[in-house]
Design a protein around this ligand. Structure first.
Ligand SMILES: *[C@@H]1O[C@H](CO)[C@@H](O)[C@H](O)[C@H]1NC(C)=O
Ligand SMILES: *[C@@H]1O[C@H](CO)[C@@H](O)[C@H](O)[C@H]1NC(C)=O
Ligand SMILES: *[C@@H]1O[C@H](CO)[C@@H](O)[C@H](O)[C@H]1NC(C)=O
Length: 196
């Protein structure tokens, strides 16, 4: 094999293998895997057009600053997935919040803008529906957040930009809760004091 052909071979191998160790940074924005058609290697395989068998379920429909939420992958068909890229986005597609402690076996944090603003796979080993991720909200109210993900069932079958429901910033609610807790305990003190 000549030097030229060795180089050409090296260049083609990554295309064929796709990204078994996680989504590359190039997919951070459009969340679309660059998977080439094996019989037609210059043509990209398009995302599935039909409804996604996967969905994102979030532990709460509101977040307070710095609050931890759990995002769980669900599948109404019971399908596993091989690859994925998950982010939390504002309406203008800015990435917000930070994922932490991703399941160690097959997943890792990714830095698209800031470290931990995305999570992806570390291998194409099957991940079961029910896999969940911890996300910490930004330290201030940044507006509605939508979890957005791409799921790869297998090399030529993937769904892009699967979204959760919109998660609203909760405004004022924690103060009301603290306030009423305080009033109740003050009433308790008064009650105890009166009884003595
Ligand atoms: C790959 O290309 C062939 C020929 O154009 C087409 O029939 C096939 O559906 C393509 N496969 C995928 C997964 O897009
Ligand atoms: C980790 O992934 C490998 C490959 O799929 C699997 O064989 C193994 O059982 C997994 N380990 C755990 C602790 O889930
Ligand atoms: C935020 O989300 C809620 C619930 O989906 C929606 O009613 C509201 O219009 C959204 N606000 C903005 C500014 O998009």
């Amino acid at each position: 094999m000549s030097f030229f052909w060795s180089l050409a071979f090296l260049a083609v191998v990554p295309l064929v293998m796709a990204y078994p160790t996680g989504a590359p940074l190039g997919t951070c924005v459009n969340l679309t895997p660059k998977h080439f058609n094996s019989t037609n290697p210059t043509v990209l395989i398009p995302p599935q057009a039909g409804p996604s068998p996967y969905a994102l379920s979030v532990s709460k429909n509101m977040y307070s600053p710095s609050e931890e939420l759990t995002v769980t992958v669900t599948s109404d068909t019971g399908d596993y997935f091989e690859g994925f890229l998950l982010q939390a986005r504002l309406a203008d597609d800015t990435l917000v919040g930070t994922f932490s402690d991703p399941p160690t076996n097959n997943t890792k944090l990714l830095q698209c803008t800031d470290l931990g603003d995305s999570v992806t796979h570390t291998s194409s080993a099957r991940k079961d529906a029910g896999t969940s991720f911890t996300w910490t909200a930004p330290s201030s109210d940044v507006g509605n957040v939508t979890f957005t993900a791409t799921f790869v069932l297998q090399y030529d079958e993937f769904w892009v930009k699967v979204t959760s429901q919109e998660i609203m910033a909760s405004t004022g609610a924690p103060w009301v809760t603290v306030n009423s807790a305080l009033i109740i305990s003050l009433l308790g003190v008064v009650f105890v004091a009166t009884k003595q």
